[in-house]
Design a protein around this ligand. Structure first.
Ligand SMILES: Cc1cc2nc3c(=O)[nH]c(=O)nc-3n(C[C@H](O)[C@H](O)[C@H](O)COP(=O)(O)OP(=O)(O)OC[C@H]3O[C@@H](n4cnc5c(N)ncnc54)[C@H](O)[C@@H]3O)c2cc1C
Length: 470
């Protein structure tokens, strides 16, 4: 690297969120020391941020992750953090708000996979005609008209659900789930990227029977998302702690990338720098800005991945107010509140609030709050809690976190777009791409993307070295 960084590093990793930190840790594990991790902000971790407010623990970004997923299963043991994961709470329950009541979401429905016949029959979320339709699809199958899945590259969740279960299911069930979790409407959400199992079985005679069979054959429950005792930032802090002095450079924003004879020249907020190899671990929108001059087609492909803003409001109460049951409540867009989901944090993660107290995390529709300041957002959150959900108590804590480009939108055709990005990036043997949005949108996916980028970097370093030796 050049003058001011003061480190002669072969590889520069851009972005010290969990993706970049995972790449750095993988290089370290492989015995590579000659790298530098460049971060535009004051601290590493990216959107993973934990705030301790008295005895309350606020997660300002992700609150849990799939720690036992094959993409992430290595990380807690490697960082010796297993002890910090409280035992998973059994039977975490989600409710959906419908006509003034919270109705429990049947098991499997978060994945759009009805698993228990009894729960389908007894739920009040959908009407009897929809239940009859679901039963018919289960027993006899229902081949929707039009082109079969498999002959197209993707379809929207609405295009998949409407011909099978009807619009009511899409509006009552899919819409609040997709809105709360993925900032998407069913008409725009990618079936293939968000529900790969549904996509896989889309050509089956009965999708619900195929899913039901699979659920029955499962010997272990699906590993769920887990939180970390001291907060999610324990994960990124532990990764950052593995770095040697000087390997992490904060307050250093990369503005553009240009190729040079052997490697890259980086224009940064502190002047120019040079490196032989690059791992791009910034979100796709930022990677697009950096690569604009270097490879406009790659930049264009990266820009094709849109991002949504997010706004989280935390409200703490000294005593649990009268709340709806369960661990989370999703609110359909039709209710017209800015609140799209409420997590009852103290029930889901009891260690994040003092005994007897309550902590609510409201995911708000950020597009409705553009012109609001923080005090107005808190007021709106409290008004909605009071008017719609009946929570009138005075909070002892309130906090707003806004993210301007928080979540990549996995819109229909998403995997085609990411394929194009990867194909365009492939021609550079000294560049590894690990942008969230391209490789997935979760902590587990980012851990894996960072690790794989580092593996590519490591392999290329050594193949180049061998090439020079021979
Ligand atoms: C509100 C919210 C809730 C979420 N909930 C969950 C959840 O519960 N479970 C889950 O698995 N996932 C969740 N996610 C998704 C998950 O948190 C992200 O996918 C993941 O943390 C992204 O990590 P990252 O390192 O790729 O990106 P980021 O965290 O965005 O980090 C990228 C880093 O790159 C830096 N950077 C960007 N551009 C430049 C530049 N030009 N120069 C230098 N540095 C740069 C940024 O400053 C940042 O630090 C959530 C995300 C959000 C926003």
């Amino acid at each position: 690297m050049s003058e001011y960084i003061g480190v002669k590093a072969k590889t520069a990793i851009i972005g010290a969120g969990v993706t970049g930190l995972s790449a750095a840790w993988e290089l370290t594990r492989r015995g590579e020391e000659d790298f530098v991790l460049l971060e535009g902000e004051a601290r590493p971790g990216g959107v993973i941020q934990t705030l301790a407010a008295g005895e309350f623990l606020l997660e300002l970004g992700p609150d849990a992750f799939l720690a036992h997923d094959p993409r992430a299963g290595h990380i807690l043991p490697e960082l010796k953090l297993q002890e910090e994961v409280p035992p998973q709470k059994e039977g975490s329950t989600t409710y959906i708000w419908k006509q003034g009541r919270a109705l429990r979401l049947p098991r499997g429905w978060l994945r759009m996979a009805p698993e228990r016949v009894t729960e389908v029959l007894t739920t009040q979320l959908i009407s009897w005609p929809v239940k009859a339709r679901m039963a018919r699809e289960f027993l006899w199958g229902e081949k929707p008209n039009g082109k079969r899945a498999g002959t197209r590259s993707d379809e929207s969740v609405a295009d998949f659900l409407n011909p099978r279960y009807g619009r009511e299911f899409t509006e009552q069930v899919a819409e609040p789930i997709l809105g709360a979790l993925f900032h998407l409407r069913p008409e725009e959400a990618s079936l293939r990227a968000l529900f790969p199992k549904l996509w896989e079985y889309a050509g089956s005679k009965s999708v619900s029977r195929a899913l039901w069979r699979e659920a029955r054959a499962r010997t272990h429950p699906n590993p769920g998302r887990v939180g970390i005792q001291g907060g999610m930032a324990r994960l990124t802090d532990a990764l950052a702690a593995k770095l040697r002095p000087g390997q992490l450079q904060c307050h250093l924003r990369i503005e553009s990338i240009a190729p040079r004879k052997e490697g890259f020249r980086l224009r940064t907020s502190r002047g120019a720098a040079e490196c032989e190899r690059l791992i791009l671990a910034a979100p796709a929108w930022s990677a697009a800005a950096m690569t604009e001059n270097f490879d406009p087609e790659l930049a264009g492909a990266l820009r094709g991945i849109a991002y949504a803003p997010a706004c989280l409001v935390h409200l703490g109460f000294e005593k649990e107010p009268r709340l709806t049951p369960g661990h989370a409540l999703f609110v359909p867009a039709a209710v017209k509140t800015a609140t799209r989901a409420i997590t009852f944090v103290h029930r889901k993660y009891p260690h994040r609030a003092p005994a007897g107290a309550a902590l609510l995390r409201l995911a708000m529709d950020a597009s409705k709050l553009r012109d609001f300041n923080e005090a107005q957002i808190i007021l709106m959150a409290r008004n909605e809690l009071g008017a719609i959900f009946g929570v009138k108590d005075e909070p002892c804590l309130s906090h707003v976190q806004r993210w301007h480009r928080a979540a990549p939108l996995l819109q229909a055709g998403h995997l085609e777009r990411t394929r194009e990005v990867l194909q365009r990036a492939e021609k550079y043997s000294n560049l590894a791409l690990a942008c969230n949005g391209v490789h997935g949108a979760s902590v587990a996916a980012c851990l894996q993307a960072g690790r794989m980028a580092a593996q590519k970097d490591h392999a290329q370093r050594h193949s180049t070295a061998e090439g020079r030796d021979t």
